[in-house]
Design a protein around this ligand. Sequence first.
Ligand code: FHN
Length: 485
Amino acid sequence: MKNRSSSILAALLSLLPALPSEVMAQSSDGTDAFHETTAEHDARMAWWRDARFGMFVHWGLYSGLAGNWDGKQLKKGGGMEWIQQYVKADTDAYAAQALPLFQPKPGFAREWMKLAKQAGCRYVVFTTKHHEGFSLHDSKTGDFNAGAKLKRDLVKEIVEAARAEGLKIGFYHSLIDWHHDQYEYAKAKGLPHPLAGKAYPNGKRDHELYKAHLHSQVKELLAGYGKVDILWWDFSSQAFQGDPAWGATDLVNMVRTLQPQVIMNNRLYSGATTQAAADESKLFNTRKGDFTTPEQRIPATGMPGVDWETCMTLNGTWGYSEYDKGWKSDKALIRNLVEIASKGGNYLLNIGPKGDGSLCPETIKAFTAIGRWMKVNAESIHGTTASPFEAPDWGRATRKGGVIYLHVQEWPKDGVLTVPMRNHAVEALLLAEPATKIPSSSTPEGLKLKLPKQAPDPHVSVVKLVVKGEPDVLPVENAASAKAP
Ligand code: FHN
């Protein structure tokens, strides 16, 4: 027996153009009807697992505010994409300050995508809508969007720029909405809202109407911009998630109908997204998403059998702030990429463009430095799987079949690198100097490589080691702390 609210949602959804029913999986009992075999799942995930590295883009009305409110710096620290939350502004007061400062220049996205491509990113995930509720596409649902306010379809412009660089397309879409007048924030326990604790300005709200708005905009995005490769939902709480919060089952079935190959994160539901969980793999359910999303941290160990992606800022904020100078060093960024790949994860590294879409010099410098390193060493990241052995004290490793890539961070003073494996080496060379063959010898302590005196890279030098047979690993006595550098 459907209750009233699902009848309203069903009625509103019925207003949407009918989807081909033969492929619209039924979900009347609330169970997700999306099924695939392991082989089908692996095939759908293959490109994403090989990619290892993507660019995250947080760009919206908050970008034009740049950390300011009422014309001055609001506060030190914090994500400046949350500025409406910090100042507890209602949507009209917020838009009055933010909209005039959001003035995308022509061709803004081409700079982002060229920077992503040269850095070795294989995909870009950008905010189609963040919590502020302003949609970057020319939406026919509501008027708080780029089409209505700027007469532009910024999603179209970004997608075209990404495709011009051969990058896969990811839509970040906020489930939380600080603009929509039917979003029942009093129900959304554990989720932020600038008006939390206050009575609804328009008296009462019906969250089913917000869910219909959410579904309608997602349908516009998935039906209007060609192939979408990733859907990055954000975010749920333990108390407000799934069907009650977002109509998740119907939403996923609609997505799977419109974009069957799309890869989704797991934030339609609560999970170990930002909490340090002892064993995240226990909390992760592939029927509720395709990958889990540790945020601003690298799991201590890999998560065998679970796809995961660490998302991180370059400094301390996702959205642009003219004040946050806490930029990560080139070394830290490159070592994070290596650390994550060595554990079998993906790195989604964020940029926060300004209100006109331009990039600050520090962002360009960071991705250019990664690009310089990837130009020499990309094969040790793309298409690899996790290290076959625990992290030794000299660095990390990744694997590609019979090839082990040794990411040497502490160059041995005596020039001898001990690899905790019993295998014999077929060949060993430096990716930076492939002509330099590296002598090796098998010993009871492991495979010893005689390295040249000088490390070729100041941050991480990579040795390509081809071994005979399956890796036969030795325990690593003092496995290095798995903490990110
Ligand atoms: O609240 C958002 C935040 O602004 C940012 O978008 C991050 C990126 O993963 N997600 C949420 C916090 O977990």
